[in-house]
Design a protein around this ligand. Structure first.
Ligand code: NAD
Ligand code: GLY
Length: 367
């Protein structure tokens, strides 16, 4: 398969996203990276047995000292304590500020490794080698890095761009079906907020995507990265436009935090959150009911939940509202939602609590 390259234009922080097969273990993939004496591969105990040795071998010709750090797997480990393990290894091995980090894994490893790179000695270079669909279409691109805090998801972090992103589609073959569906949530997201033709393409190809057909995956990853690169190039630090990439995330983050990190997958929470955000858009008169229904059908077909979980026995909607006020998009305690605008785009705005409560009550099954 050919290597497709999507460029992300951020002046001196510009970089390429390479998309193809058999890329991550090919030394040529890393040829343009700067010379350094040390490289640290950060991965987890699920991905390491599958891919770490192959990456280590690909890097050994270029870097004299290549170490691999294996972290525990799971969103519940996206914490300060786990992040500190990266700093421990860097310091114990006398790694200098030219040391280059390689994030090998999904979004959890990528976000933590990126944050470690942003902070170690005030910044060392890093490369994203995403191995989940979600990470290839979203989290590895655009430079958002960080960890969770018990009071809020991704609340501690930094904007810090990688030197390169290596999306090897072959690594998706070992991904469990549930994780593939979670990644599809972030692929679907790009359609209603930026490209209705892409939404139609996903509707027509969702079965091929779920069957991991290479041509379908290659198109989905490339188009998603193109849209993300276009948005991030205009608004790297989320002063405005970039917030549209959080479609479904305000409700989704409440679900993740309310159930406890790791209970629902991030993509599952985002999928359900998009159903809720589309309903809110409809109830505010921004879109036709047909668009909300179309999106719900696609999210269901992608194997994602469309019914929201109950987060509290009494005043469930109040619990959602409380959790959503911690969202980074909230301003002076007012929750701001990414809503569909009816013309193939999205807007960031508030909504009356009463209407949000209606959406939550209609979306949740509370026994
Ligand atoms: P994840 O990193 O937890 O990976 C999902 C699971 O798949 C894990 O168990 C992992 O070990 C396993 N895995 C990874 N690659 C595999 C492979 N090739 N074969 C088999 N198993 C594999 O989850 P994720 O969905 O990749 O990422 C979710 C995280 O990304 C969340 O923490 C979320 O907040 C973050 N995120 C960040 C951004 C951003 O812009 N930085 C955007 C979206 C999501
Ligand atoms: N995943 C949302 C963003 O990168 O802005």
């Amino acid at each position: 398969m050919n290597v497709r390259t999507v460029s992300i234009d951020l002046q001196q922080r510009s970089y390429n996203i390479a998309i193809g097969d058999s890329l991550f273990d090919n030394p040529a993939t890393y040829a343009e990276l700067p010379i350094a004496s040390s490289a640290l591969i950060v991965t987890n105990n699920t991905v390491a047995p599958l891919y770490a040795q192959r990456l280590q071998r690909a890097l050994q010709g270029k870097y004299a000292n290549v170490q691999t750090l294996i972290l525990p797997d799971g969103e519940e480990y996206k914490t300060w304590q786990t992040l500190n393990q990266i700093f421990d290894v860097l310091l114990q091995n006398g790694c200098d500020r030219k040391t280059i980090l390689f994030a090998l894994g999904g979004g959890v490893v990528g976000d933590m490794t990126g944050f470690a790179a942003a902070s170690y000695m005030r910044g060392v270079p890093f490369v994203q080698v995403p191995t989940t669909l979600l990470a290839q279409v979203d989290s590895s691109v655009g430079g958002k890095t960080g960890i969770n805090h018990p009071l809020g998801k991704n609340m501690i972090g930094a904007f810090y761009q990688p030197l390169k992103v290596v999306c090897d589609l072959a690594t998706l073959k070992t991904l469990p079906a549930r994780e593939l569906s979670a990644g599809l949530a972030e692929v679907i997201k790009y359609g209603p907020i930026a490209d209705l033709d892409f939404l139609s393409w996903i509707e027509n190809n969702v079965d091929a995507l779920m069957a991991c057909e290479p041509a379908a995956l290659a198109h989905a990853v490339r188009r998603s990265c193109e849209i993300k690169a276009w948005v991030v190039a205009q608004d790297e630090r989320e002063a405005g436009l970039r917030a549209i990439l959080n479609f479904g995330h305000t409700f989704g983050h409440a679900i993740e935090a309310g159930l406890g990190y790791g209970s629902w997958l991030h993509g599952e929470a985002v999928g359900c959150g998009m159903v809720m955000a589309a309903q809110l858009s409809y109830r505010l008169g921004l879109v036709e009911l047909a668009l909300a229904q179309r999106l719900t059908a696609l999210i269901r077909k992608a194997g994602l939940p469309v019914t929201a979980p109950c987060l509290a026995e009494t005043d469930n909607a109040g619990r959602y509202l409380e959790l959503m006020r911690v969202d980074k998009k909230a301003q002076s305690g007012e929750i701001r939602f990414v809503l569909l605008d009816g013309s193939g785009g999205a807007v960031l705005r508030g909504a009356p609590d009463a209407l949000v409560r209606e959406v939550i009550d209609a979306s949740c099954i509370c026994l």
